[in-house]
Write a protein that binds this ligand. Sequence first.
Ligand SMILES: [Zn+2]
Ligand SMILES: [Zn+2]
Ligand SMILES: [Zn+2]
Length: 114
Amino acid sequence: MNYIKILNIHSKEIESYIRYSYYSYSMKHTDTHLQQVNQHIKAKTPNGCEECLQMGSDWVHLRLCLSCGHVGCCDSSPNKHATKHFKATQHPIIRSFQPDEDWKYCYVDDAMIE
Ligand SMILES: [Zn+2]
Ligand SMILES: [Zn+2]
Ligand SMILES: [Zn+2]
């Protein structure tokens, strides 16, 4: 009886440990593409989306490409130039170019990076 009880406790502990490690793993997504980009790259067009500035169009939010410094507009913007830039160049990671936001996103893995 005691033996079974110990076993049960152990399997529960292992279970929660596995769940915990999976959780922390998925929270701290270390993206292999981060090694291919420059996280401190300078924006080519700090005033706005490169294509929208040329077209005279508007945007909602801005995204900075960490491969080449391209500034593009987000998917809530009418022209979605950040996503179009990825499709044209395969540059994997963007950073939010909003002053109050600090996150990165990998298009290839479809994952947010802390
Ligand atoms: Zn990635
Ligand atoms: Zn744009
Ligand atoms: Zn780029």
